[in-house]
Ligand binder design. Structure first.
Ligand code: PLP
Length: 405
């Protein structure tokens, strides 16, 4: 029999907080993709030019990757059935790790389920309570979470400020704990490149471990997309290189590259590796095919950079603030259109969408207060016509909303 009890909803504070977001104008609904992740595609039933994806090289729909996924599914099924350390290591997982290690010219590689788990799992495994992490203030959330999980003491330096990083290293130079210097290779909100050469030198000078998160540099910077270590010719000097398989590589996953012992250690102590199931065979096979494409079709990266140069030049010429004044200047296919106000950016994004351009609005706390932006990301597969149409819409809507003079 039903009894009526009056119970206040213990989750009602969530509703309050959502209402607060709605009041601020930063509440959002998820946009739903109806077809493929492509430069022109359909979100919520509307065809748009897509400036929001990380599909830098167009690999999400590459025929060779698609074929590899289908073949692997036919041959090996849809799941791995266990975590890597129990029964879930398939030949394809090993083949992918060996392939990445060769590509990056390092001893060994371990693949995690995502870039997020690669960072969080690695930082938390390498450091402990007595240790120190010297971290760029704009490093990715997965690094921050990994640092917190490690319980090491976290020292944050001003963005790309190597002199400040040195001050922090100097302060702790007589401490017995281990030290880790860590930076993003490419910063995802501003598109600038991390201070790798200076930080690597500091790590050497102070006996610290050097680690880089190359999520947005994988497949984008360096020879055939080998990342920032290759871009800066720092081979052999960066101890831990993280990359992602979810962005330019087109599928899903994250990896860590370094010495054989680093990788063996992560096999034993990386918690997402130990406690979360490995990739389906289709994902591993897709990624293997992707690294072949990186080597065989370098024209994709060239096209990506051609498009990037054109896009930045034209956006700047329209009069948009694309960074560089009071914000870092982009050096990569990520180009922010900085507008400032959080509510305005959400309105701007909605209006652009209505006119056929998908550009995601990003506001506080993802970027600093007053630095709200549309983050645009160029890909190799946007045509010049796509770009000109998008520029046209940006100009029209920008003028109408008073964002452009
Ligand atoms: C996207 C991103 C990640 C996470 O990668 P996933 O593979 O999507 O989990 C980690 N670090 C940075 C800097 C990123 O931009």
């Amino acid at each position: 029999m039903a009894t009526t009890t009056t119970r206040t909803n213990p989750l009602s504070y969530l509703t309050d907080q959502l209402n607060e977001l709605k009041q601020k104008g930063t509440y959002f609904k998820l946009r739903v993709l109806d077809d493929e992740q492509a430069p022109v595609c359909t979100f919520d039933g509307k065809k748009v030019i897509n400036l929001a994806s990380n599909n830098y090289l167009g690999l999400t729909t590459h025929p060779k990757l698609r074929e590899a996924a289908l073949e692997a599914t036919k041959k090996y099924g849809v799941g791995s059935g266990a975590v890597r350390t129990i029964a879930g290591t398939m030949k394809l997982h090993m083949e992918l790790e060996e392939k990445i290690a060769r590509f990056k010219n390092v001893e060994a590689c371990v693949v995690f389920q995502s870039g997020f788990t690669a960072n969080a799992g690695t930082v938390s495994a390498l450091l402990g309570k007595e240790d120190f992490i010297v971290s760029d203030e704009l490093n990715h959330a997965s690094i921050i979470d990994g640092a917190r999980l490690s319980r090491a003491k976290i020292k944050v330096f001003r963005h790309k400020d190597a002199a400040h990083a040195e001050e922090l290293l100097h302060e702790i130079k007589n401490e017995s704990g281990r030290k880790l210097v860590i930076t993003d290779g490419v910063f995802s909100m501003d598109g600038d490149i991390g201070a790798l050469p200076q930080l690597t030198e500091l790590a050497e000078k102070y006996g610290a471990i050097m680690m880089v998160d190359d999520a947005h540099a994988s497949g984008v910077l360096g020879r055939n997309g080998r990342g920032t270590v290759d871009h800066f010719k720092l081979h052999g000097r960066v101890d831990v290189q993280v990359g992602t398989l979810s962005k330019a590589i087109g599928a899903l996953g994250g990896y860590v590259c370094g010495t054989r012992d680093l990788i063996e250690f992560l096999y034993h102590r990386g918690r997402p590796f130990l406690f979360s199931t490995s990739h389906p065979p289709s994902v591993a096979a897709t990624c293997i095919a992707a690294f072949d494409v990186l080597e065989q079709e370098p024209e994709r990266i060239e096209q990506l950079w051609d498009n990037t140069r054109y896009w930045k030049k034209e956006l700047g010429a329209l009069g948009f603030n694309i960074g560089g004044v009071n914000t870092p200047a982009s050096e990569t296919p990520i180009t922010p259109i900085i507008v400032g106000d959080g509510r305005l950016i959400m309105d701007f994004s909605r209006e652009l969408f209505k006119e056929g351009v998908m550009g995601t609005g990003i506001a506080f706390p993802t970027v600093p207060e007053g630095k709200a932006r549309i983050r645009t990301i160029m890909t190799a597969t946007h045509t010049k016509d796509d770009l000109d149409q998008a520029l046209d819409v940006l100009k029209r809507v920008g003028k109408r909303m008073g964002i452009l003079g």
